[in-house]
Design a protein around this ligand. Structure first.
Ligand SMILES: *Cc1c(COP(=O)(O)O)cnc(C)c1O
Length: 378
């Protein structure tokens, strides 16, 4: 895009993505790094962020769905790509032909991938997922022998190569949580069993961003980093991005759409949950919940406009919200910064998360498709 959009845009600093990947690689020097680019790279744009991450030394990309992974291949990306969120009847054959690494949590999935490999005349790259305690995807320890046995048989018939054994933490963002050590122990045990049965995984991995940052014994051969690649702290308790050596990549900007003077006692936005105390000036910010601005941040979301942080006055609507700029010198067309790295006085995604009662992951990931992404430092 040549011209900066006028209504609103999310500026994505690809130099920040590259420097975050380098910082994470320094935290896990013996492991390879998978940049997790699911959900359009947490709202930052999958293809440009994937390219930036690979430039900075990531050797793997990770997505949730196979469609997301196939889109990266279609864009010409040749690196290893793993995807883990499968349902019966999924695009197994396309995945095998695109040389994706596919995750398998149960024998139904192994059966489907074997059939696809046979049809394609190719060997499928499969990673076995262990549920070491998260209680979400992954194979339970009680079912592990059956899954490993089926994988060993599939390798013997030549349809499958098991490239990885992996798992995922429940509470890595709470260092010292007792589940962390229990999950590591379970992972070691399930890995040892698979290896005893003849599986020789190229990569063993369990660490997400918080584990990469806080738990070296979880790094194994590969760390899977999502949120930290985009420069957002996995949890405020772990430190600010700056303290973690990270830089937020997304800045969300809008242009003030209207400024007007209203009398005292004037209700603002749906429901009139804000009423002016005195004659004042209101500025209209032309983004709303359709753009991913959380309605839960009504009355509290922060915006830098006219040199000061203002709070959303009244409700966030679908396409717009209002701030009370009091006596400030603000005109239509002036910039309003909802969040960014914070070093120019603007709020951060973490501030919006606090205002909306959620996590910063959700703030950046939900910025909607109607908001153009503008790439810097590509
Ligand atoms: C999303 C996801 C990650 C990345 O998590 P972050 O906390 O963003 O680093 C890693 N592994 C799996 C399985 C995921 O679903």
């Amino acid at each position: 895009m040549n011209e900066t959009p006028t209504r609103a845009y999310a500026e994505i600093d690809l130099a920040a993505v590259r420097s975050n990947v380098r910082a994470l690689r320094e935290r896990a020097p013996r492991a390879e790094l998978m940049a997790v680019v699911k959900s359009d790279a947490y709202g930052h744009g999958a293809v440009p962020c994937a390219r930036a991450a690979l430039d900075a030394g990531a050797t793997w990309l990770g997505t949730a769905t196979p469609e997301e992974a196939l889109a990266l291949r279609a864009a010409g990306i040749r690196s290893r790509i793993m995807c883990w969120l499968w349902t019966p009847g999924g695009p197994w054959r396309e995945a095998v032909e695109a040389d994706l690494d596919v995750s398998v949590s149960g024998t139904w999935a192994l059966d489907e991938v074997r059939a696809a490999a046979r049809e394609a005349g190719r060997v499928a790259r499969v990673q076995l997922k262990a549920d070491t305690g998260l209680g979400r995807a992954g194979c339970q320890p009680a079912d592990w022998a059956e899954l490993v046995g089926a994988a060993v048989a599939a390798q013997a018939e030549g349809t499958v190569l098991v490239t990885g054994v992996w798992s995922h933490f429940a509470c890595a963002d709470e260092p010292g949580h007792p589940s962390i050590a229990l999950q590591l122990t379970a992972f070691h045990e399930m890995l040892a069993y698979a290896e005893k049965e003849g599986i020789e995984p190229e990569v063993r991995h369990i660490a997400n961003s918080p584990a990469t940052l806080t738990l070296p014994e979880s790094h194994f051969d590969l760390v899977r980093c999502g949120i930290a690649v985009y420069g957002v702290s996995p949890a405020p308790e772990l430190g600010t991005p700056e303290e973690l050596g990270l830089r937020p990549a997304m800045t969300l900007k809008a242009s003030v759409a209207l400024v007007k003077t209203v009398p005292a006692g004037h209700g603002v936005s749906y429901g009139h949950h804000y009423v002016t105390e005195r004659e004042t000036r209101l500025a209209l910010i032309p983004v709303g919940y359709a753009d991913g601005i959380p309605r839960h941040a009504s009355g509290s979301g922060p915006v830098l406009v006219g040199g000061a942080i203002r709070r959303v006055a009244g409700r966030v609507a679908m396409d717009q919200f209002v701030v009370d700029i009091d006596g400030a010198d603000v005109s239509a067309g002036d910039p309003a910064v909802l969040f960014g790295p914070g070093d120019l006085g603007e709020p951060t995604a973490e501030d919006w998360a606090g205002a909306a009662g959620t996590i910063a992951y959700e703030i950046v990931t939900r910025i909607g498709g109607r908001v153009p992404r503008v790439y810097r430092n590509g």
